[in-house]
Design a protein around this ligand. Structure first.
Ligand code: HXC
Ligand code: NAP
Length: 268
């Protein structure tokens, strides 16, 4: 079974791994001994990310590719496979997002987000499948609470993430017999990320986003990375097909905050 949360000698491939939450995940695996490949569009960002992973003591590779381009994704996977061998852990987290009312969203705006998040995840998973370690590989898709909770001005991202949640469950069923587990993480509001800069662009919006979290704080990159380490580990060996919220309880059903309506009985 190996040491708890040790990934020494394992190959971890992170699509969209050059910044934010996904880079935090890549760094956690690097610290845990893995050989890490990060892939995203910007050659500068992937190079910088790979250099940072090497500074943590890991063997690392940065490859530039757009998840919307299946041929480029396949070439990136082949290059990583040639360097580090079968993929033990595959993270699919490339995403794009912006706030836009549906009535003002162009067909290309909707298509762009679905192409990156949902179609991109399919390309990454489908093309990586022949290169996964079987049995034993673990796939983790990066979803969002919006895959379940309808959110105004997010029809594009909500639809894409809901699709990712269902893809997670379907592929957990199809690939289970090969010994491949497929799960997802749905991070809540994570501090100091591009996602939050876009979705909560003012101090007031940030304050409101935090207020609605039962644990009363924003999440950290480590909060998400720790969940990824666990889901990918042997200790999670019987867990597949789940979308794990890492959100301080933000997506709990119901969700209406009653604190301002409550008066203690003795004061009433
Ligand atoms: C309305 C917009 C828009 C905006 C772009 N578009 N920004 N529409 N409001 N703010 C439209 C454009 O007008 C265009 O449509 C179409 O989208 C494609 O735009 P491009 O700029 O050509 O696309 P591209 O260069 O491919 O860039 C993709 C991108 C960009 C998503 C638009 O923002 C990006 O690269 N984002 C990556 C980083 C990112 O978003 N990180 C945060 C992830 S956070 P027309 O019709 O004009 O051609 C996240 C949080 C999840 O995902 C939580 C909620 C689910
Ligand atoms: P981020 O820093 O912008 O991360 C997005 C990553 O995806 C970057 O590395 C980006 O690099 C890459 N990427 C974007 N488009 C791509 C494409 N077409 N092909 C390949 N790579 C692409 O944003 P983040 O906020 O950390 O979000 C990371 C993940 O967490 C996303 O899946 C997001 O939906 C999810 N999430 C975030 C939050 C939050 O609070 N931030 C909450 C819920 C879910 P390039 O620009 O180099 O391509």
């Amino acid at each position: 079974m190996g040491d708890f949360l040790s990934f020494t000698g394992r190959h971890v491939f992170v699509a969209g791994g050059s910044s934010g939450i996904n880079l935090g995940i890549a760094q956690a695996f690097a610290r845990a001994g893995a050989q890490v490949t990060v892939m995203s569009r910007s050659p500068d960002k992937v190079q910088q990310a790979a250099d940072g992973l090497k500074a943590l003591g890991a063997e690392a590779l940065g490859i530039s590719a757009d998840v919307r381009d299946p041929a480029a994704v396949e070439a990136a996977l082949r290059q990583a496979h040639a360097q580090f061998g079968d993929i033990d852990v595959l993270i699919s987290g490339a995403a794009g997002n912006f706030i836009a009312p549906a009535a003002e969203l162009s067909p290309n705006g909707f298509r762009t987000v679905v192409d990156i998040d949902l179609n991109g995840t399919f390309h990454v998973l489908r093309l990586a499948y022949p290169m996964l370690k079987k049995p034993g590989a673990s796939i983790i898709n990066i979803s969002a609470p919006q895959g379940v909770n309808p959110t105004m001005y997010q029809v594009h991202a909500c639809a894409a993430k809901a699709g990712i949640d269902m893809m997670t469950r379907v592929l957990a069923m199809e690939w289970g017999e090969a010994g491949v587990r497929v799960n997802a993480i749905a991070p809540g509001p994570i501090a100091d990320t591009e996602g939050m800069r876009r979705l909560a662009p003012s101090p007031e919006a940030l304050r409101r986003a935090t207020e609605t979290v039962p644990l009363q704080r924003m999440g950290t990159l480590d909060d998400v990375a720790n969940a990824a380490l666990f889901l990918a580990s042997a200790q999670a060996g019987y867990i597949t097909g789940v979308v794990l919220p890492v959100d301080g309880g933000a997506a709990l059903p119901g969700g209406r905050d009653m604190r301002s309506s409550y008066t203690p009985r003795e004061a009433a």
